[in-house]
Design a protein around this ligand. Structure first.
Ligand code: FES
Length: 510
């Protein structure tokens, strides 16, 4: 299965790209168009189809290409934003609803796995949060208090499933894990069996909302539907989500162990960023999957170093036999700690779900239920709490756009000589940089064969300057997380087109 980077996740290796079977009837007006083929898009498509809606799903690449193919697939009721914090920032009632929602998300997954017998290694597991310092012990006590207030049962534990020294630990039962790409493939098949249509390599470039529905312009043609759901992290374009969600990257590695003593439960420390652990067995071989090293996208000059640090950390605590997989993926932190799920502000037929923090499989599943309820005319206890309209437009937006608005036109109007460009690059094969030439920036990458790619580094979303991701060999935007291939092709929104290539014919005229 293909993904949006250079590294291979453990889930990619065991599942091929999905091959849809149902034809697209171009003259049909569908009830709902779902954009995005990850956990949110596929689950939403399936539950809507089950509810009697005729659905079509459009994915710009292949199913699982983005974060869902690079998750570590923990399903939790203990979330990245602890309940005591939600009680403080919102209310006890809201925090209780959040806890109910997380449980509903897991229940939905378990229900689908059971009902359709999806072969995806779903298992309930206990989870352990552990503190290594006095400060973290205080944090853990706050977490336990918050859990009690929202009726998430947790108890102190004398042991944890990983060989890391700790001062105090909390155990929470009935968390879960699964094989991400097997689950996605299972959802896709069931959706198609129920009559749904999946279009891959179908980039939606424009969505127009009309009185009775939506019209989507895609690279495969026009799709008409009664409503649309953007399940793409941020919806495309510049909108309020651009300012309320920050993109982060997280690093994961799968190791085999010399001892064979693989952790039997999920575990999380309380560092910032925290480490997370679990075990998965694929084709008879067990792996401990560990993650951490999170940082804001585009804010790390050497992403390969993040893997080195994670490996060193793991070697301090485990007897590593082999590093079998390493990969990274992207998630979005919401401004107030809660996801945005529901109608997009200013729209009546366009929905979105984003801002899951590191809890994408749980909250993405819950989002499917909430959006399905909206579209079928029902209410949920979560409508107000997760309402995307709770966001307000922030000041400074106009300046943010204007600052970079004229960079591209200035740059493209200039012509670089090949010799100058090559000399300013000074790159070894495999290296990349954003270089300055006569006050303008150019993104340069030299591939392993010595071919030099030159791109305008101005992101096509809101004109920030992209940075090179050494590990994944991608250009990543630090503002809202758009990502591009070395040749400029678009990998991840919210941008809707690739970086502008600086063509040699433009250059050689000098
Ligand atoms: Fe928004 Fe690049 S993703 S400016």
């Amino acid at each position: 299965m293909n993904r949006d980077g250079n590294k291979t996740s453990i889930w990619q290796a065991s599942v091929n790209n999905y091959v849809p079977k149902n034809p697209w009837n171009k003259s049909q007006v569908y009830d709902v168009l779902i954009v995005g083929g990850g956990i949110t898009g596929l689950t939403t498509a399936l539950v809507l189809q089950e509810a009697g809606k005729k659905c079509i799903l459009a994915e710009a690449h292949n199913l699982g290409f983005g974060t869902s193919g690079g998750t570590t697939a923990h399903l939790n009721t203990i979330l990245d934003t602890p309940y005591y914090q939600v009680i403080k920032d919102f209310s006890e009632k809201d925090a209780t609803h959040l806890a109910m929602g997380a449980r509903e998300g897991i229940d939905l997954v378990e229900g689908l796995v059971t009902k359709y017998n999806i072969d995806c290694d779903f298992e309930y597991k206990s989870a352990f949060l552990f503190a290594e310092t006095d400060e973290e012990v205080n944090e853990l006590e706050n977490i336990k208090d918050g859990n009690e207030q929202v009726h998430v049962l947790s108890e102190w534990s004398e042991t944890i499933p990983v060989p890391v020294p700790f001062k105090r630990a909390l155990k929470v039962d009935f968390q879960a894990q699964l094989h991400a790409s097997k689950y996605l493939a299972g959802l896709a098949k069931i959706f198609e069996d129920a009559g749904g249509v999946i279009l891959q390599h179908c980039l939606v470039s424009k969505m127009t909302e009309e009185e009775n529905g939506v019209t989507a312009d895609t690279c495969l043609g026009i799709i008409k539907a009664g409503a649309a759901v953007y399940a793409t992290h941020l919806p495309p374009g510049i909108n309020i989500f651009s300012f309320r969600c920050a993109p982060y990257r997280s690093y994961a590695m799968a190791f085999t162990l010399k001892s064979g003593a693989y952790p039997e439960a999920l575990a999380y420390d309380l560092k910032d960023p925290y480490h997370y652990y679990r075990t998965h067995t694929v084709d008879g071989q067990s792996y401990v999957i560990a993650g951490g090293g999170d940082h804001k996208t585009g804010h790390n000059d050497n992403t390969e170093h993040s893997f080195t640090e994670l490996e060193a950390y793991m070697r301090r605590h485990f007897e590593i036999d082999e590093i079998s997989y390493k990969w990274s993926s992207q998630y979005y932190e919401p401004a107030d700690g809660l996801p945005y799920i529901g109608l997009m502000p200013g729209h009546e037929r366009m929905y979105t779900a984003t801002g899951y923090s590191g809890n994408g499989f749980t909250l993405g599943s819950l989002a499917a239920k909430i959006i399905c309820s909206h579209i079928t005319g029902n209410q949920t206890p979560y409508d107000e709490l997760f309402d995307p309209s709770r966001i307000k437009m922030v000041a400074g937006f106009a300046n943010f756009v204007k600052e970079n608005a004229d960079v591209i036109s200035q740059f493209i109007s200039k012509r670089l000589s090949h010799a100058k460009l090559t000399s300013l690059a000074g790159l070894a094969p495999g290296e990349a940089t954003v270089a300055e030439w006569e006050g303008q920036k150019v993104a340069l990458y030299k591939d392993d064969n010595g071919h030099l790619y030159a791109l305008d580094p101005v992101c096509k979303h809101a004109k920030c300057i992209v940075g090179w991701n050494t590990a994944e060999k991608t250009w990543d935007c630090p503002c809202h997380g758009a990502r591009y291939a070395p040749n400029g092709d678009l990998l991840t929104g919210p941008a809707q087109s690739g970086l502008t290539q600086i063509k040699w014919e433009d250059i050689e005229g000098d």
